[in-house]
Design a protein around this ligand. Structure first.
Ligand SMILES: Nc1ncnc2c1ncn2[C@@H]1O[C@H](COP(=O)(O)OP(=O)(O)OP(=O)(O)O)[C@@H](O)[C@H]1O
Length: 255
C-alpha cells in the first residue's frame, strides 16, 4: 500500500504548523522525516495515520493492504507504550484480542513476531524485566503482529543509548530486508535517517514546508556506521537543518 500526501496544510488555532506538503511514499520504502524541533514532524505522522484530519489537502492510501492485515497503519512510539502488568506475549496479544484473535491463532502470530524481533524465550517476561532496547523490540513486535501495510515510527530510538540504538537499527534493517515494509520514520537523529531511509525528507522550521527530498541508493543492508558516503550525506543534511534551526532561534529572539 502506498501513501500520498497531497498539499497538506495544518494549523493549531492561530499557529500554522504544516504548509503545503506533497509527498509520495511508495510501498516497500522507508521515508525518514527530519526537521527542526516543533516543525510539525509528529503532526505529519498523525495526519498520515488518520489520528487527525488536515485543514487542507488530503492523505491518500492507494492499493490494498497485505493479506492478513488487521491494521493498515500502525505506530511505534519513543516511549514503548507497553502495559506493565501484562507479559510480553500479553502486550502483543492485546492488539490481536481487539480483532477477536485468541488461543492458538494468537499464539502462532506472537511466536512469529517474537522470532522476527529476536525475543523468542521472552514471551512470559514483564516489561520491568527488560532493557530499553528489548522493550522497544516488543513494541515493534506488537506493531508487526497486526501485519500492517505501513509502520509509522515516531522517534522510536530516541530514548535509548547509542549502542542500543545501533543494535535496533540493525534489527530494523534485518526486518525490512527479510520482509520489506512501508515505513515513515520521524527522527532528530541524522545518523538514523541516513542508515534507515530510502529517502529523507527535510522539513523547514515551522510552519514545516518540504525543503528537499534526498534519495539514498545504497541498499539498507550495505550501510555501515562511519560509511564515508553516508557521512557526507549526513553533513549535507546537517547544513540544511542548521540553517533552519538558526533561523528558528532567531525568530524566537525577535518575538
Ligand atoms: N494537539 C495540539 N494542539 C496544539 N498545538 C499542538 C498540538 N500538537 C502539536 N502542537 C504544536 O504544533 C507544533 C508542531 O508540533 P510537532 O510535535 O508536530 O512537531 P515536531 O517537529 O514533531 O517537534 P519535535 O521535533 O520537538 O518532536 C509545536 O509547536 C507543538 O507545540
Amino acid at each position: 500500500m502506498e501513501l500520498t500526501l497531497d498539499r497538506i496544510t495544518h494549523r493549531y488555532g492561530g499557529m500554522a504548523v504544516l504548509q503545503d506538503i506533497s509527498l509520495r511514499i511508495p510501498a516497500g520504502e522507508i521515508l525518514c522525516i527530519i526537521g527542526p524541533s516543533g516543525c510539525g514532524k509528529s503532526t505529519l505522522l498523525r495526519l498520515l495515520g488518520g489520528l487527525e484530519r488536515p485543514d487542507a489537502g488530503q492523505v491518500l492510501q492507494l492499493g490494498d493492504p497485505p493479506q492478513g492485515c488487521l491494521n493498515p497503519l500502525t505506530y511505534v512510539f519513543q516511549d514503548f507504550a507497553l502495559l506493565p502488568w501484562r507479559t510480553v506475549a500479553g502486550n502483543i496479544s492485546l492488539v490481536l484480542e481487539d480483532h477477536g484473535i485468541r488461543g492458538r491463532a494468537a499464539r502462532a502470530i506472537i511466536d512469529d513476531v517474537l522470532g522476527r524481533t529476536r525475543l523468542s524465550g521472552f514471551a512470559d517476561a514483564f516489561p520491568r524485566q527488560l532493557s530499553g532496547g528489548m522493550k522497544q523490540r516488543v513494541a515493534i513486535a506488537r506493531a508487526l503482529a497486526v501485519n500492517p501495510a505501513v509502520l509509522l515510527l515516531d522517534e522510536p530510538l530516541s530514548a535509548l543509548d547509542a549502542q542500543t540504538r545501533e543494535l535496533l537499527m540493525e534489527d530494523l534493517v534485518a526486518l525490512w530486508t527479510r520482509q520489506p515494509f512501508t515505513g515513515v520514520y520521524v527522527t532528530h537523529n541524522l545518523a538514523e535517517a541516513v542508515r534507515l531511509g530510502h529517502r529523507v525528507a527535510v522539513l523547514s522550521r515551522r510552519p514545516g514546508r518540504l525543503r528537499e527530498v534526498i534519495g539514498i541508493d545504497t541498499p539498507l543492508a550495505d550501510r555501515r556506521p562511519g560509511d564515508a558516503e553516508l557521512e557526507t550525506l549526513q553533513a549535507r543534511l546537517w547544513d540544511m537543518m542548521r540553517e533552519e534551526a538558526v533561523a528558528a532561534d532567531q525568530e524566537l529572539l525577535n518575538a
